[in-house]
Design a protein around this ligand. Structure first.
Ligand SMILES: [Zn+2]
Length: 367
């Protein structure tokens, strides 16, 4: 490593040679500087006021020069000083330049790489179907009614005309809340087995005439299989007015099924039984798969059962008679459908459990 040596002579030749030696060393060291940190060490080594090489040059060359030569040595040392400053400065530009280049290289963004895909959420096929059904009835001027999932025996059964020993009240069908034995039966809590209790709740709050559609989640103590699941969804409808007839019911549901599934859809009504309607009917629609001729899905009948419905039983109106529902003055119809059943028919899903498995590969198909 270069050190400043004492001059034995102060002649021009001797000075030239010493300056050449110094500058050669300086250039060589400047070439080695490749970072900011290295450059700072390099600068201090050559230019530090306290013991830098230029300071040493001042001491060993200029101050040591005999009187007559001081002037010339002084000029040479000044020239040398500005030369050193120049070279040190250039080294800094190079060092920081190469630092920037390295950083640019490191932080380089490859604009040709594919972007990061952030998938958007979508409605679950059950919720989507439920919204579609509700929308059909909203377009007919129906309001939306909602009620609690934890319901009392009164709203879920008694006010809907379920006789005390009706099998639906059996624990095999209904999930009861534990520890209710001390309460009277009508106050005991359970998970609602249908959305129908909201009919009574809605009539208690709203005098006739009413048109209401009631979407919601219901519970039964079913063992899961291809067509049963302990949780499912229903959309219930209720229309009460003076002079509502079975013809209104048929027309409304026929229109709703065509609005939901297409104008080629036909409906068929045949007798059934529900405690809260009289007369009652099941509604079948044209088979989604074969369109009528018969196939395995419709068990060769050409029809798929999709809804239950009927005229509101006057006994139900008796429970809300004081709210304006005099069974001698008003009549109405009610209907209900399982949303999963509609979704399965619409999309050709063979197993209801797929709708609750949370498998994204399955659900993505409906996004
Ligand atoms: Zn069929």
């Amino acid at each position: 490593m270069y050190t400043v040596r004492k001059l034995e002579a102060f002649s021009a030749t001797a000075l030239d040679s010493a300056v050449r030696e110094l500058l050669a060393a300086l250039e060589a060291e400047a070439q080695q500087v490749s970072s900011e940190a290295a450059w700072k060490d390099f600068r201090d080594r050559w230019m530090a006021r306290k013991n830098g090489i230029l300071t040493q040059v001042n001491e060993l060359w200029l101050k040591a020069a005999p009187g007559p030569q001081k002037r010339e040595v002084g000029q040479r040392v000044n020239q040398l000083k500005s030369k050193v400053e120049q070279i040190v400065e250039a080294a800094q530009a190079r060092a920081s330049g190469s630092g920037t280049a390295a950083r640019l290289q490191q932080e380089r963004v490859d604009v040709t790489l594919p972007g990061i895909r952030r998938p958007l959420g979508a409605e679950h096929p059950v919720i989507k179907t439920m919204h579609e059904i509700v929308q059909v009835f909203r377009n007919l001027g129906y309001s939306i009614g909602e009620g609690p999932e934890i319901e009392s025996d009164y709203y879920n059964f008694e006010s809907l005309n379920f006789p005390p020993n009706h099998p639906a009240r059996d624990t095999q069908d209904t999930v009861f809340i534990a520890g209710q034995d001390s309460k009277p039966q009508r106050d005991r809590l359970l998970l609602r087995t249908h959305t129908s209790p909201v009919q009574v709740r809605y009539m208690e709050q709203n005098p006739p005439p009413i048109r209401v559609v009631i979407p919601g989640k219901v519970h039964r103590s079913d063992t899961p299989d291809a067509t049963h699941y302990p949780i499912f969804h229903q959309v219930e409808g209720l229309a009460v007015d003076t002079n509502i007839t079975f013809g209104d019911l048929k027309g409304t549901l026929d229109h709703a099924m065509k609005a939901l599934f297409g104008s080629a859809m036909k409906t068929r009504f045949f007798p059934s039984f529900f405690p809260f309607t009289e007369p009652s009917a099941d509604v079948a629609v044209t088979c989604f798969v074969c369109g009528g001729p018969g196939c395995r899905v419709c068990k060769m009948s050409g029809w798929i059962e999709l809804l239950g419905c009927g005229m509101v039983d006057p006994n139900v109106f008796e429970f809300v008679k004081d709210k304006g529902y005099d069974p001698k003055k008003v009549s109405g119809f009610a209907f209900g459908m399982g949303v999963e059943r509609v979704a399965m028919a619409k999309y050709g899903i063979g197993d209801i459990q797929l709708l609750f498995s949370g498998d994204v590969r399955f659900l993505e198909q409906f996004a």
